[in-house]
Design a protein around this ligand. Structure first.
Ligand code: ADP
Ligand code: MG
Length: 623
């Protein structure tokens, strides 16, 4: 047989390698940002269009490249970062495999403009499908600009495989967060389709977290700091009461590189044990520093997984440190040492000595006087006895409250609302309707509703049944656009990250059709003036948070499937939970509503809502 083995031409090898390094536009963003960091840039600008599918551009003010290097950097295994295999064990840069630019150039139209400090004139190179199409001298500032256009133009299969713009943009933002968090001392600017998404000035890590995730984040952070022989940890954990139902704000960095580590995540999770509500995930931003030779970064082409020499000790240390910080923040106030302490003092008191308070005694005060007599003529403090001007004004304040069973009961009985807040008021899910004979349903284990039917008995899953009911009702409201909204007496102000605000804004119209009312959207704040009747005010934050996370995870573009997702998410998060005790009327109401549904037998997520047990099946058990 003739010899059949041959070496693959470079451009084919590069395309194959590209498959590993560049999965989607976000991979290009990651590689280019990391190159800019490695080039010691202090200011980095990221520009994307169409979720990076048509354009990813990174502009840095780093060290730049000489003309020869500019030409050479697109070769496979061309790197300035390591020289020998030994160097693999003391890596201080993000890149070292020398394959990112070669890979990107194999599958896109790439343009490079670069100049070093001591060059007079820079270099401009264009390259397509690994072929250099032009090279010329150019007047450019110090630093590097790389422009990547039409990603996967020559691999239609890959291009078609890309997800919607919303999903791909989300991936890009995730990569951006990771690099921006790891390098707070670098300024970052991020433009998406011409509008500014982030403008992050050089700062410290706490400030960077706040600039990315919103002002409210500041008060949620608890500092973590510990140093041992093998690892140094700095950073923040999110106070347990602010833990989110969605995963997301979980960041480990090792030597300024974002990494994924289920094992170390477990250490944090277990430190939070007992402090988190069901289904909540701890948030953390932790920066580990270890000796470069004690880790192996080279186990994965994207370098997000690494091997530690002494993983067990790091686990134990992380867990203990987190526990320690969690225990401390309750008693010790959080001190931000990087803050100027004089900023805390009101301006007029700055630099002045405090004055000792004087004591004044009111000698005319008689505690047995029936009319309160606060102070006499020599004090300026007078209190008017509290009297409503007329009953009409008082009634006006209560308009709209009668529909709320909690408030109604409260005004009738005068019992403080606090008692009702902690109580599980499942009755509020239902409007009270006509009564039915009460002996036809039975609740089992606070989970199932059992109801006799002609042929035997029916077992209904209460949570899934309610999901079906809410789902159909939300979907109907969104489609026919006429939900009833309960107006809030005081608008509810909720803080979200800038991005979450954007997401909620993008589905504002649909949300309004379910009964939400929005009075304003600010950068990281949403003001809510109305809510769907089936929702309690205290649940709103949670419901919206989960909705955002569901949208992030599924993200249909628009139209019907988006409405469907919205209805599903709201239904899932608002349905009566397993473990909720239902009284007879509530059980019956649920059954009635269920059978008024179009599809009572399956949940919105396609799980069976009910099952039948035939009398003959039961009979068999007794034979
Ligand atoms: P690696 O980062 O693994 O070395 P890359 O393919 O990403 O491989 O880059 C190849 C080389 O090109 C780098 O080692 C570096 O010398 C040079 N380079 C890439 N991007 C930049 C940049 N933004 N500024 C200066 N030099 C750069
Ligand atoms: Mg690189």
């Amino acid at each position: 047989m003739a010899d059949i083995i041959q070496l693959l031409p470079d451009h084919v090898a590069n395309q194959i390698a590209a498959g590993e390094v560049v999965q989607r536009p976000a991979s290009v963003v990651k590689e280019l940002l990391e190159n800019a960091i490695d080039a010691k840039a202090t200011s980095i600008k990221l520009v994307i269009k169409d979720a990076g599918k048509t354009l990813v551009q990174v502009i840095d003010n780093g060290i730049g490249m000489s003309t020869t290097d500019a030409r050479f950097c697109f070769e496979r295994h061309a790197t300035s970062k390591i020289k020998s295999a030994d160097d693999l064990f003391k890596i201080n840069t993000k890149g070292f495999r020398g394959e990112a630019l070669a890979s990107i150039a194999a599958i896109a139209h790439v343009e490079l403009k670069t100049k070093t400090e001591d060059q007079e004139i820079g270099t401009h190179i264009t390259i397509e499908g690994s072929e250099v199409s032009s090279q010329e001298a150019a007047v450019v500032p110090k630093g590097t600009t790389i422009t990547v256009k039409n990603l996967f133009y020559n691999i239609p299969a890959r291009r078609n495989f890309l997800k919607s713009n919303t999903v791909e943009t989300r991936h890009i933002i995730d990569e951006f967060h990771r690099v921006a968090l790891a390098h707070p001392q670098v300024e970052f600017i991020f433009l998406n389709n011409g509008s500014s998404v982030f403008n992050l000035p050089a700062s410290n890590i706490r400030q960077r977290i706040v600039n990315i995730f919103g002002t409210k984040t500041n008060e949620k952070l608890v500092p973590v700091s510990e140093e041992t022989d093998i690892v140094k940890v700095e950073g923040f954990i999110v106070k347990p009461q602010f833990a989110k139902k969605s995963r997301g704000e979980q960041f480990f960095f090792v030597n300024d590189r974002f990494i994924k580590s289920p094992y170390l995540h477990h250490a944090i999770h277990s430190a939070f044990e007992g402090l988190l509500k069901d289904g909540a995930h701890p948030g953390y931003f932790l920066f580990l520093e270890v000796a470069p030779e004690s880790i192996d970064i080279n186990i994965h082409p994207t370098k997000t997984e690494i091997k530690f020499e002494d993983e067990h000790s790091i686990y134990a240390m992380l867990r203990a440190t987190t526990k320690h910080s969690l225990g401390q923040f309750n008693i010790a106030p959080i001190l931000d040492f990087e803050k100027n302490p004089t900023m805390e003092t009101p301006y007029g008191f700055n630099g002045k000595n405090p004055k000792a308070p004087t004591i004044e005694v009111d000698r005319n005060f008689n505690p047995f006087n029936s009319e309160p007599n606060f102070g006499s003529s020599n004090t300026s403090f007078k209190q008017q006895p509290f009297k409503p001007k007329s009953s009409a004004t008082w009634e006006a304040m209560y308009v709209g409250l009668e529909n709320d069973p909690d408030n109604y009961r409260e005004s009738q009985t005068g019992i403080a609302s606090i008692e009702y807040e902690s109580e599980e008021v499942t009755g509020s899910f239902f409007e009270s309707e006509e009564k039915k004979p009460s002996d036809i349903t039975f609740q089992l284990q606070k989970k199932y509703i059992i109801s006799p039917v002609k042929s035997g008995m029916m077992i209904i899953h209460q949570n899934l049944a309610h999901q079906r009911i809410l789902y159909e009702s939300f979907l109907k409201n969104i489609t026919i656009k006429e939900a009833i909204s309960q107006q809030l007496l005081f608008p509810l102000q909720l803080h979200f990250s800038t991005l979450d605000v954007e997401i909620i804004k993008s589905i504002q119209e649909q949300l309004e059709h379910t009964g939400f009312g929005f009075s304003s959207f600010k950068k990281d704040l949403i003001e809510i003036s109305g809510i769907p009747v089936s929702v309690k005010e205290s649940e709103i934050k949670n419901v919206l948070e989960k909705l955002v996370s569901d949208i992030n995870n599924e993200l249909p573009e628009a139209g019907f499937s988006q409405n469907d997702l919205l209805a599903k998410s709201l239904a899932k998060n608002l349905a009566i939970k397993t473990g909720t005790l239902l009284n007879i009327e509530e059980q019956e109401h649920l059954v009635h509503q269920l059978f008024a549904c179009k599809e009572p037998t399956v949940s919105p997520t396609n799980k069976p809502v009910l099952m039948m047990l035939d009398i003959s099946d039961i009979d068999k058990k007794f034979m």
